[in-house]
Design a protein around this ligand. Sequence first.
Ligand code: DGP
Length: 112
Amino acid sequence: MDCLFCKIIAGEIPSTKIYEDDKILAFRDINPQAPAHILVIPKEHIGGVDELNSENVAIVSHIFAKIAEIAKNEGLEKGYRVVSNVGEHGCQSVRHLHFHILGGSQLNGSMV
Ligand code: DGP
């Protein structure tokens, strides 16, 4: 499978890692949209939120528990945004489930 984030997980493409365990990886986005812009991904290949189901959804609770920890470690006490783009209309450019953590300054109030 030709998946960019699977290659990052495999170490074939370098990344700035923030957190890693046997199930997930967090690393800095190559094109930051905010002072802090981190991607959190499952090591299992799941294409996006639209491929979640009762068999694989447990990973999302693990990811969100770690998002809270990561945000605290990044000093984002004043708040942050968690975003997952899905499919063409959602402007998802990498078809591997990922959650953006965006923060470090006042974000725009608009969601779109
Ligand atoms: P999305 O558009 O929601 O699918 O987000 C994909 C993000 O992935 C986008 O913000 C840029 C980031 N990205 C793309 N290629 C690379 C890469 O090679 N390394 C890192 N660290 N981030 C990447």
